[in-house]
Design a protein around this ligand. Structure first.
Ligand code: SF4
Length: 384
């Protein structure tokens, strides 16, 4: 526990210091955050309209679109697209983790690799993520060097650059052979069907363009009205997370295309020939109807609330259930698994209130957690 506190303390301080400097230094960040909140609220008020609009927009691009009502249906849809005997590379997707997609595709007989470095470390260690953006935050460089030696037979110094570059080389071989790339989405534009992802490593970019098939698995709450809204959200997420400017923002809009012959746009071109968007409900629509819990759907997953939370700092991923940990994780457990699943974590909350102060979406996180706790206790009492 002491080791986690040390690792977390250093990471959180760095991230908070950097994000504060971006918010102060780039005046437009706060303004964009307000616009993103408005855009997300607009979709929440008219969720079915925007889901329908997004599905049609993706089909207009020559892609395929689906809505999965729960985790099982999401696994089935993606499993049917992928089949078996394929090499599948995952970009970062907490929704894919939420629905157990990696394990499902592996069970079907596919070779599946996480390509985000933190997620890759967690995968080869047969471990669980400790943070929604930095999944291997609970491990230090020595742990990672040991894992690479034990699981990949790579004898490397405990130097982050050497480890990152060895992982990059290992994964490059997987990308070249990959049949399918699965990514999440930071935001999905209902007006165009375009999916926006923000990242630094370049693995999402590779997963979206190298394999012949690209599948996006993302929650319905990721929909925003327009493509500029989606790009704004990527900018805001990166700044509040503490890595700004992000190295890459990608837009994926349907299968690859070209207009180079007579300016006629044809698909596919050199990138994926198939594009699939799987929108996952799994409790989100129900949460959108809830007067308090619906706030959780505004979250842009910057994890800033976790960096200032005394309970997460103390107990780490025990505060929630991976991948949904920290203050945001408690809310998201309630959305995706119900009040019973989130209740024990809600009881751990000390209600310090720091999370609310730093949230770019102005989510009243303590209010949501209090609501989960009250309802959880009410249910326990009514059944005892
Ligand atoms: S609840 Fe707010 S601070 Fe926490 S991850 Fe979501 S947007 Fe960021």
């Amino acid at each position: 526990m002491e080791r986690w506190q040390d690792l977390f303390g250093r990471a959180a301080l760095g991230a908070l210091t950097r994000s504060d400097s971006y918010i102060q230094g780039f005046e437009y960040i706060k303004l964009l955050a307000e616009r993103v909140r408005e855009a997300r609220l607009e979709v929440l008020r008219n969720l079915e309209y925007y889901i329908d609009k997004t599905l049609k927009a993706v089909e207009n691009l020559g892609g395929h679109s689906y809505v999965a009502k729960d985790a099982e249906e999401a696994r089935r849809i993606v499993g049917d697209i992928v089949g078996k005997g394929k090499v599948v590379v995952f970009g970062k997707s907490n929704t894919a983790l939420e629905v157990g997609l990696r394990e499902h595709l592996a069970k079907l007989g596919n070779e599946v690799w996480e390509t985000d470095l933190g997620e890759f470390i967690v995968q080869i260690g047969e471990d669980k993520p400790s943070n929604m953006i930095a999944p291997a935050l609970h491990l230090d460089r020595k742990d990672v060097a040991r894992l690479f030696k034990e699981r990949l037979n790579l004898d490397l110094p405990d130097d982050p650059s050497a480890l990152a570059s060895a992982a990059g080389e290992f994964l490059r071989q997987k990308f070249v052979r990959a049949d399918v790339g699965v990514t999440g989405a930071n935001a999905i534009a209902a007006d165009t069907g375009a999916v926006v992802n923000v990242e630094n490593e370049g693995n999402i970019r590779k997963a979206t363009i190298l394999p012949p098939v690209h599948i996006v698995v993302a929650g319905v709450e990721k929909i925003v009205p327009t493509l500029p809204d989606a790009i704004n959200q990527a900018i805001v997420q990166a700044a509040y997370h503490g890595l700004y400017p992000p190295t890459y923002i990608e837009i994926s809009a349907g299968p690859s295309s070209t207009g180079d012959i007579e300016l006629v746009r044809v698909r596919p071109a050199q990138g994926p020939r198939e594009f699939h968007l799987v929108l996952v409900d799994n409790g989100r629509r129900k949460a959108a109807e809830d007067p308090v819990l619906r706030q959780a759907l505004l979250c842009i997953r910057c994890v800033r609330c976790g960096f200032v939370c005394p309970i997460y700092k103390t107990v780490g991923r025990e505060f929630g259930e991976p991948p949904y940990v920290g203050p945001v994780g408690v809310m998201w457990l309630a959305v995706t698994k119900g009040i019973e699943a989130a209740g024990p974590a809600a009881l751990m909350c000390a209600h310090a209130g720091n999370c609310k102060e730093v949230c770019p979406m102005k989510i009243d996180i303590p209010e949501v957690i209090r609501y989960i706790r009250t309802n959880y206790l009410r249910r326990i009492r009514s059944t005892s």
